[in-house]
Design a protein around this ligand. Structure first.
Ligand code: CU
Length: 159
C-alpha cells in the first residue's frame, strides 16, 4: 500500500467511527401510558428538521415548528404519538408541558405543540409536539389529550 492509500483508509475508518459514535449518541426515550381510551406514547428524539430538501418532518398544523436555526438551537424532539383502538389518532387537542426535576427544579413550561408527520410517510405517522432545547437532567412531561386526564412521564436525558 502506498502512503496515500493508507492515509485514505485511515480517514475512512475514522469517519466510520465518527458516524458510529453519533448514532450511539442519539438518545431515544419512548414511554406509553393510557389517557382514557387513548394510548399516549411520549418520545424524546434527537431534534428533527422541518425545512429544506431532506426535511424529516412535515408540519401540518398547530403552533409553528421550532426549526434548527431557532435560538437556542433545539437538541431534542418532544412528541406524543396517539392511538385509539390500535389506530393512529390524527386529530386531537394536545397540550404538552414539561419541567426539570434535577439537577435544577424548574417550573412547568408549555411546549408549543404542532402536528406533524414523518415526511413522505403519510398521516399514519401523525404526532404532536415540537423541537426544543433541554439540558442534561431529569424531567417530567405532562400530556393532555382532549378532555382526558393528563398523563405524566418521567425521563432522563444523559446528553
Ligand atoms: Cu416529529
Amino acid at each position: 500500500m502506498t502512503r496515500r492509500k493508507i492515509l485514505i483508509s485511515l480517514m475512512a475508518v475514522s469517519l466510520g467511527f465518527f458516524f458510529l459514535i453519533n448514532v450511539a449518541n442519539a438518545q431515544v426515550v419512548s414511554k406509553t401510558k393510557m389517557a382514557g381510551k387513548v394510548s399516549v406514547t411520549m418520545k424524546v428524539l434527537p431534534a428533527e428538521t422541518f425545512e429544506g430538501a431532506g426535511a424529516e418532518m412535515k408540519w401540518d398544523g398547530g403552533a409553528s415548528a421550532v426549526t434548527m436555526n431557532s435560538a437556542p438551537k433545539p437538541n431534542h424532539h418532544l412528541v406524543a404519538f396517539l392511538k385509539e383502538g390500535g389506530k393512529p389518532v390524527e386529530n386531537a387537542s394536545v397540550m404538552i408541558s414539561y419541567r426539570e426535576l434535577s439537577p435544577e427544579k424548574s417550573d412547568w413550561t408549555s411546549l408549543p405543540v404542532c402536528r406533524m408527520h414523518v415526511a413522505g410517510k403519510g398521516m399514519d405517522t401523525a404526532h404532536f409536539g415540537n423541537n426544543l432545547w433541554l439540558a442534561k437532567g431529569e424531567y417530567e412531561a405532562r400530556v393532555t389529550v382532549n378532555k382526558n386526564p393528563a398523563v405524566t412521564f418521567h425521563f432522563e436525558l444523559t446528553k
